[in-house]
Write a protein that binds this ligand. Structure first.
Ligand code: PMP
Length: 440
């Protein structure tokens, strides 16, 4: 039996992105999990409507992953990551690049989405340098973009509270406007009709600084953390065209969209737009062991391989890059995805998911519903002067009713494990409907 949670031993852990004082008065603890459900310290079952934090794509406690980690721990616990290798990291890389779009056959490992973002930005800057184009130092992000919490990521990111306490950040960063437009696009299923013209922001930024100073543009194909914001039809393709025209690299942050979330292995496949660099983490190991991966186009990788053979090509990496335990977990995860067809299962479930979510239209305070693949959001009208309060009370009520949702501002975000069944979707939507009806 697990030790009961008491409020007298919670002080030491300063929790991330959490209202610590509120939490510690009324803690919510998970003590075990299996497939679609968590179990709380009080013994209640909670349906996982968010795949943990958008990462447990294969559901919880999956035997292949558990076994892979167990075996690895007894075989090779750690190996130095620099100037040494171990077979699983290479096996994993070879398998991963079979999933990526053509022309992207190389991968660097990290330990998180944030580190993947930093790795991608540094790779983009260094790529131009190795090509003799050192004047390209500027980066372009987007408002409402989330690219983790490290300095590069918050600089290109577009979330004010994540940035404003931390000084000057990276210089030479511009932001595209975000594409969220409730006036024109509310209750659109899949990609919004309106907003492709916002991609022209990139031409405006280029006109201001000159293309010869711009290294890369980074966007989430579907912005997750700020509320599941879908790209308007044609928007990503237009960004790709503008980048190509001006020799600028396009980076997709696929930390959430990677590994099946949209019903395709990557969002690049869904939108049929291939970036130069793809940033991933989360679903790579089913969230079980921290790990990220950055995929780069062959011409980027090859550009670094020109110096003398004994020389290090890129001065970057982590003690735990390709860590054996993480590599084993990722291999177990890939096997599970492939055996169960999970990287495309979202496409089969998406129509049912879409109908179910949109059945909540008309409930009090619901001002938008959006969906793509197995991800969705319900936007609530904020209470004047008290932003986030309404959604946060929905979160608490849902938890008490046995459903885990995630909220950001006044938006409820949903991204269940890709093993979800129609009956789970029914429970999720019924529970959420009950929550929304009782909101004030
Ligand atoms: N990029 C995106 C798009 C994300 O959603 C996240 C995490 N939610 C990150 C980067 C950062 O990942 P991590 O928390 O693993 O550092």
């Amino acid at each position: 039996m697990n030790a009961p949670v008491t409020t007298n031993n919670l002080d030491a852990f300063w929790m991330p992105f959490t209202a610590n004082r509120q939490f510690k008065k009324n803690p919510r603890m998970f003590v075990s999990a299996d497939r679609m459900h968590y179990v709380t310290a009080e013994g209640n079952k909670v349906l996982d409507g968010t795949a943990g934090l958008w990462c447990v794509n294969a559901g919880h406690n999956r035997p292949k992953i558990v076994e892979a980690i167990r075996q690895q721990a007894g075989e090779l616990d750690y190996a130095p990551a620099f100037q040494m290798g171990h077979p699983k990291a290479f096996e994993l890389a070879s398998k991963l690049v079979q999933l990526t779009p053509p022309g992207i056959d190389h991968v660097m490992y990290t330990n998180s989405g944030s580190e993947s973002v930093e790795t991608a930005l540094k790779t983009a800057l260094a790529y131009h340098r190795v090509k003799g184009d050192g004047s390209r130092f500027r980066l372009v992000g987007r408002e409402r973009g989330y690219h983790g919490v490290n300095f590069g990521g918050i600089s290109v990111g577009g979330i004010v509270p994540n940035r404003k306490m931390f000084g000057t950040l990276l210089t030479g960063v511009d932001h595209l406007r975000h594409t969220h437009d409730l006036e024109r696009n509310a209750f659109t299923r899949l990609e919004p009709e309106h907003g492709v013209e916002l991609a022209e922001d990139l031409e405006r930024i280029i006109a201001l600084h000159d293309a010869s100073t711009i290294a890369a543009v980074i966007v989430e194909p579907v912005a997750g953390s700020t509320g599941v914001l879908l790209p308007p039809k044609g928007y990503l393709r237009r960004l790709r065209e503008i980048c190509d025209k001006h020799g600028i690299l396009l980076i997709f942050d696929e930390v959430i969209t990677g590994f099946g979330r949209l019903g395709t292995p990557f969002a690049a496949d869904y939108f049929d737009v291939t970036p130069d660099i793809m940033v991933t983490a989360k679903g790579l190991t089913n969230g079980v062991v921290p790990m990220g991966a950055v995929f780069v186009k062959n011409e980027i990788h090859d550009a670094f391989m020109n110096g003398p053979e004994h020389m290090i090509e890129f001065f970057h990496g982590y003690t735990y890059s390709g860590n054996p335990m993480a590599s084993a977990a990722a291999l177990g995860t890939l096997e599970t995805y492939q055996e169960e067809g999970l990287l495309t299962r979202g496409a089969e479930m998406a129509p049912y998911w879409e109908e179910a979510l949109h059945s909540l239209k008309g409930l009090p305070h619901v001002i938008d519903i959006r969906n793509i693949g197995l991800i969705g959001a319900i936007e609530l009208e904020p209470i004047a002067g008290e932003p986030t309060r309404r959604a946060f009370s929905a979160f608490l009520d849902a938890y008490n009713k046995g459903l885990l949702i995630r909220t950001t501002g006044d938006i409820i975000a949903l991204s269940p494990p890709l093993i979800i069944e129609k009956s789970d979707i029914d429970v999720l939507v019924d529970t959420l409907g009950g929550v929304l009806k009782s909101l004030d």
